[in-house]
Every structure is written in structure tokens, then in C-alpha cells.
Design a protein around this ligand. Structure first.
Ligand code: DC
Length: 216
């Protein structure tokens, strides 16, 4: 049986995570944060000190990679070779390396089957950058969530207040990630032709989800 797959793509800071959590809760299905997989790759590259720009070394590394999601009481967890690495994948260093490594086609194809495998098992809300364009071209419904750069930077800034970063620096980093994610040759961030676009700049997460329900 084909499962109901809802995809949410969009740039960093548009609110995909909060919105996909709410939507998955409403629908009683799982949420899959595919960015976490790219972060898991970055985490292991650092741990194992891989020279990932070297294609042969990267391929060897990817063939041993064992990333899996687990659904625990407190939400989605990411395991690498059985170890829960969820609390370790949100550092600024991993954020930037995940974006850089995600431009490699070997990395993308290593994660493609894993993502499709999850979709074969159950209904799910998938959030990422290439869900509707590459991973699930025949998803049941596709959304493209975006918001003004300043609004996204402000949200990120409020989230990471303890890091004592200047607002302008947070904004620059988001802009750099937008550029890298949009301009890369492999599965660049872009809306699928049949995606429903939602501008989340001035909507609460709940308001975004209500808009989504209208299409489900
Ligand atoms: O959503 P995030 O910030 O956790 O994603 C981290 C990086 O992973 C992001 O800069 C781009 C990449 N990514 C991707 O290329 N494709 C996806 N489906 C999800 C994330």
C-alpha cells in the first residue's frame, strides 16, 4: 500500500521543524527531519576526521555509515551506529559542515534510499530541501515554506541567544546557507513545480498548519 507522504521544503529558519511537528501530531504520523541526517554525516566526518573533499575517502566513509531514526517519548532521535547523537548535531560547526557536505552527490545518494525506506513503512511528514523535487517526486502533497530573510534571522537569533552572536552575523550565516543550498548543483533548494507555496513571514506556526490542512 502506498503511504501518505507530505513534504515540506524551504530555506533555513522558515519554521519547517515547528510546523512539521504540529502537522505530524495533527495527522498522527511520524515527522522526519532530513536535515538531521546531513548533520549526522557532518558529525561523523568530524568524529572520524575524514578528508571528505576526497571522493574515495568520502565513499569509503559513507559505506560504513549507519544512521537511523528512533521515535522516543521526547521526540525524534538520531542514532549513529546505535549511539544517540541527537544532542550533538546542532552546533554551528556542524551546521556549516552539513551544508557543505550536502553538496556532494555521494552524500545525497547515500541518504536517498534511507529516506525512501522510511516512507515505505508508514505515513510521514518529511521536511528538508529536496523532498518534493528529488526524494519524493510523487508525494501526496508538497509544501514550500518560506519567509523573509530578516524574519528568519530574527527567529534564529532568538533561539540561540546564549551564543552571544550579533544579529548581523546570524543573518549573514543564514544568507550564506541560502546561497549554498540554492546554488549547489546537486538537488538544490527549490520548490517542486507542483508545490503549494506558503509565506510564513507573518504567520504563527499554527496559522501555517491551518493553511496546510486546507490542502489535505
Ligand atoms: O534543515 P537543517 O538546517 O537541519 O539542514 C542542515 C543542512 O542539510 C542544510 O544546510 C542543507 C542540508 N539539507 C539538504 O541538503 N537536504 C535536505 N533534504 C535537508 C537538509
Amino acid at each position: 500500500m502506498r503511504h501518505r507522504i507530505i513534504t515540506i521544503d524551504g530555506p533555513a529558519g522558515a519554521g519547517k521543524t515547528t510546523v512539521s511537528k504540529l502537522l505530524a501530531q495533527d495527522l498522527g504520523c511520524v515527522r522526519v527531519d532530513t536535515g538531521a541526517l546531513y548533520r549526522g554525516v557532518a558529525y561523523e566526518i568530524i568524529q572520524q576526521n575524514i578528508t571528505w573533499e576526497n571522493d574515495a575517502a568520502l565513499k569509503r566513509f559513507l559505506s560504513t555509515l549507519d544512521l537511523r531514526f528512533g521515535l522516543e517519548k521526547d521526540g525524534l532521535r538520531l542514532f549513529s551506529s546505535g549511539k544517540d547523537i541527537t544532542p550533538r548535531i546542532r552546533t554551528p560547526q556542524i551546521t556549516m559542515l552539513a551544508s557543505a557536505a550536502s553538496a556532494k552527490s555521494a552524500v545525497r545518494s547515500a541518504l536517498l534510499e534511507l529516506q525512501r525506506g522510511i516512507a515505505r513503512q508508514q505515513d510521514a511528514v518529511f521536511e528538508g530541501r529536496d523532498m518534493g523535487t528529488v526524494v519524493f517526486p510523487d508525494a501526496t502533497v508538497k509544501f514550500y515554506l518560506f519567509a523573509d530573510l530578516s524574519v528568519r534571522a530574527r527567529r534564529r537569533y532568538d533561539e540561540i541567544q546564549d551564543e552571544k552572536k550579533e544579529f548581523s552575523c546570524v543573518k549573514e550565516q543564514i544568507q550564506k546557507r541560502d546561497t549554498d543550498d540554492t546554488l549547489r548543483a546537486q538537488a538544490p533548494l527549490k520548490p517542486a513545480p507542483d508545490a503549494i507555496h506558503i509565506d510564513a513571514s507573518y504567520l504563527t506556526p499554527r496559522q501555517v498548519v491551518e493553511k496546510m490542512h486546507a490542502y489535505l
